[in-house]
Design a binder for this molecule. Structure first.
Ligand SMILES: [Zn+2]
Length: 380
């Protein structure tokens, strides 16, 4: 994984690169972000950069070609260690520790490094069991760090989801952070840092990984994954900056995102505003044909767009970089969505989503929602 493989996060990447260039590598760092963020991807890119054998003093990324880069890329470098939440499974009925799931972890991360705990549990066949980092794991960890690095400059220990450490494991890690072994770098990747022991948090350097801006995610889907612009934008808005979600819907979308939700939403709002019941019925027939998954996705998309409209009305600066095709609609529609009716409008769309999810008749749901929206638009 190279920094250039990861969308956005220019500032975080710059800081990480600088720390290596200036020889200020903190021995313990906490990459904290929401599930689906680039926290793990960035930690891996950093690990690759740290141990790149071809790194020049001016380098801004790992070379990607040297033996170290190649091995880290395939997650087979002997000095790159992972501590992960695991549990007993059919394949590993007892004494589950991270090292027994190395092959699964490799395929999991290489497939998509933006996934979360549930995905991981499913991947190892843990059914509904909870994963954790056990106290046995901490014994292995202590043994591990007592060894010298095999071939790299730094021995790396990536702890994925340290919030799931058993208290005994947490204490062992704390001990290591207090008396760090030489030439060892701990990279903690957390999706719930507020659940970590304060004593651990105080000993790690934070690396805050924010959700991506819609623009950054759109550009990445377009340029790296060759998704057409309109669809990329739609996916990015639906994912709300969550790379994992965007990638998941990209690979699972059995046509699910082949509709132009923007055009549909604009047309729907025009129909509501015109307040002609016959047109509303026609529109509801159209929605009926979308199918349930798309109806839900459409409503989700509508909620996102509605939020932009409201923000724009409050202050256009709050929604910079609006795509050209959205600008006209958002500006015009912002006179009809104000703090007075935004709450009820949002609630209406949320309720429609709720009913569709619970198998209500979609046509009725949309007729109902249309009538309510029409009424609310008049209360701006
Ligand atoms: Zn390299």
């Amino acid at each position: 994984m190279r920094f250039s493989d990861i969308p956005g996060h220019g500032e975080v990447k710059r800081v990480l690169v600088q720390s290596v260039r200036r020889n200020h590598v903190a021995h313990a760092q906490l990459f904290r972000g929401a599930e689906g963020s680039a926290a793990l991807a960035l930690a891996l890119a950093y690990a690759t950069f740290l141990n790149c054998e071809a790194r020049t003093p001016e380098a801004e990324d790992s070379c990607g070609n040297c033996p170290s880069c190649q091995k880290i890329d395939k997650l087979v470098h002997p000095d790159l260690n992972f501590i992960l939440p695991v549990t007993s499974t059919k394949a590993v009925p007892k004494d589950a520790t991270s090292s027994k799931f190395a092959a699964e972890w490799r395929s999991f991360v290489l497939d998509n490094p933006y996934q979360g705990l549930n995905d991981w549990m499913q991947h190892i066949g843990a059914d509904n069991k909870q994963g954790s980092i056990s106290k046995e794991e901490s014994l292995q960890l202590l043994r591990l760090v007592s060894l010298k690095a095999f071939e790299a400059q730094f021995k790396l220990v990536v702890i994925w989801l340290p919030e799931l450490m058993h208290p005994a494991a947490a204490n062992a890690v704390l001990k290591l952070l207090e008396e760090p072994p030489p030439a060892t770098v701990f990279l903690l990747v957390s999706y719930a840092p507020e659940q970590l022991l304060p004593t651990i948090v105080s000993r790690v350097q934070p690396v805050v990984v924010r959700a991506l801006a819609e623009d950054e995610l759109t550009a990445w889907l377009r340029d790296t994954h060759h998704v057409p612009e309109v669809k990329a934008r739609q996916l990015a808005q639906l994912a709300e900056g969550n790379v994992g979600t965007a990638l998941a819907s990209l690979s699972s979308a059995a046509g699910a995102t082949d509709h132009n939700y923007f055009d549909l939403f604009v047309a729907w709002m025009r129909t509501c505003y015109a307040n002609k019941v016959a047109d509303m019925l026609d529109k509801s027939d159209e929605f009926q044909k979308l199918g349930r998954e798309n109806q839900k996705e459409f409503l989700q998309y509508g909620l996102g767009l509605l939020r932009k409209v409201l923000l724009f009305g409050l202050d256009p600066q709050l929604v910079p970089h609006l795509p050209t095709n959205e600008q006209g609609f958002i500006k015009g529609f912002s006179t009809y969505v104000t703090p007075r009716n935004a709450g009820p409008l949002t609630q209406e769309l949320n309720e429609a989503h709720y009913h569709v999810e619970r198998n209500a008749n979609p046509r009725m749901v949309f007729v109902d929602a249309s009538l309510r929206v029409a009424e609310l638009l008049r209360q701006a």
